[in-house]
Design a protein around this ligand. Structure first.
Ligand SMILES: C[S@@+](CC[C@H](N)C(=O)[O-])C[C@H]1O[C@@H](n2cnc3c(N)ncnc32)[C@H](O)[C@@H]1O
Length: 392
């Protein structure tokens, strides 16, 4: 991706927020002896209380924000996911839904609305959200839109106790976890750090200090024949996060939707500069030092890493497919038809939204869904139409 040179300029108040975060980053760099791992920098940019991108008050999602996620594109997304949830809740004889990183609360509202319509409400709908600011926003969305089913929603501060039955959901959460950035220099693996002189922030490479990073990347170099100079990312949280879910999931499905690739495509020669991406007011660019705290920073998801983590945590990969096939298999076209061409503008608008969700050049092929199960042996809507597990 190219750097954007003409990004919009933030307001004075926004710049002050960013300045405060930058000062905290410089202080941490100085205390660490001159540099911090990129993962720590990304973590601070996104989650520093009161200052990080997800922890301060910016608009973030939707057309007035920095990027648009699938639930913000259309209620059809949540209504389709409801079909998968309903099948699982039926197979598990009831149970609950736990959503990680619920953003504005849009998916929870649409999903619960649809489950209420088809008379398949979960016992409870839990949300586990790291950002206190977003938690408030989710509460507002649900109270305003679903006063009835909202009674079933509660916010967790930690993972549930073992014995959970039902569905665990995360849409665009893995891409928002802090990752390490690395480079294969032809002889050894280097790790990227962030350094600063109190004024500006800059990249610096050095020996690998992140746990297991060097040995993991050396394995990739051998397996995929990576050329010297190849740069990419690794999300060290995937495995412990999946392990954590496996610790409480007794019977049910983990559904993860995000943008990413199987590892063979993730480490394709064409992606030799990695997958880091920043989002600011609907512009995507690659300058991670642009107004820290005011923009989103993400990395694509290595779905092979998710599958490996699942297998290591005693979960089975029940399905892997593109968002387009997932939604179509959940009946997107039928749901759209039920709006009815006679509904005029409403139908046209929904048809346009459906296109954004499924067209290959839009979200349809860039986003993938992976399903992990424990103690569940049932066909799950979403994963029946096009099985791509062979690519993992
Ligand atoms: C890109 S946003 C996606 C929001 C929402 N799921 C959507 O699709 O609109 C990422 C969300 O994940 C949350 N998040 C990131 N890491 C998390 C974690 N380990 N546990 C819970 N939430 C997390 C962020 O605070 C934010 O709400």
């Amino acid at each position: 991706m190219q750097s954007e040179t003409n990004l919009p300029v933030p307001t004075e108040a926004e710049q002050q927020l960013s300045d405060a975060l930058v000062a905290a980053i410089h202080a941490e760099i100085a205390a660490a002896g001159g540099m911090i791992p990129f993962s720590r920098y990304m973590e601070m940019c996104l989650y520093t209380p009161g200052l990080g991108y997800y922890s301060a008050g910016q608009r973030k999602f939707g057309s007035g924000g920095d990027f648009v996620t699938a639930p913000e594109v259309s209620p059809l997304f949540g209504r389709c996911i409801a079909r998968s949830c309903a099948a699982v809740l039926e197979a598990t004889g009831g149970g609950s839904v736990l959503e990680f990183g619920a953003g504005s609360g849009r998916l929870a509202a649409d999903l619960l609305g649809e489950l209420a319509t088809i008379d398949c409400l979960p016992d409870q709908y839990f949300i586990l959200e790291r950002s206190a600011e977003l938690r408030q926003r989710q509460q507002q969305t649900l109270q305003q839109e679903l006063p009835g089913p909202a009674d079933r929603v509660s916010w967790l501060d930690a993972l549930p106790e073992p014995g959970f039955r039902g569905v665990v959901l995360a849409n665009e959460v893995l891409d928002a976890m802090a990752c390490e950035r690395w480079r294969w220099n032809g002889e050894q693996v280097e790790q990227f750090y962030v350094t600063g002189n109190g004024q500006t922030l800059a990249w610096q490479t050095g020996a690998c200090t992140a746990d297991g990073l060097a040995s993991t990347v050396e394995r990739y170099v051998d397996e995929y024949g990576l050329a010297p100079g190849y740069v990419s990312e690794l999300n060290p949280s995937i495995s412990p996060w999946v392990q954590g879910i496996s610790g409480f999931l007794d019977n049910g499905l983990v559904l993860l939707i995000d943008y990413g690739y199987p590892r063979r495509e993730y480490l394709h020669p064409q992606r030799s500069s990695g997958t880091l991406q920043c989002h600011y007011r609907q512009r995507a660019h690659d300058d991670v030092f642009f107004y820290p705290g005011l923009q989103d920073i993400t990395a694509h998801v290595d779905f092979t890493a998710v599958a490996e983590a699942a297998t290591g945590a005693d979960l089975q990969v029940t399905g892997y497919t593109s968002q387009a096939y997932f939604l179509l298999d959940c009946g997107l076209d039928t749901l759209l038809q039920s709006a009815g061409p006679t509904a005029g503008m409403d139908y046209l608008q929904q048809a346009q939204q459906a296109k954004t969700l499924v067209l290959p050049g839009e979200m349809g092929e860039r986003f993938q869904g992976i399903g992990l199960v424990h103690g569940l042996d049932t066909e799950i809507p979403g994963f029946r139409m096009h099985d791509m597990r062979g690519r993992l």
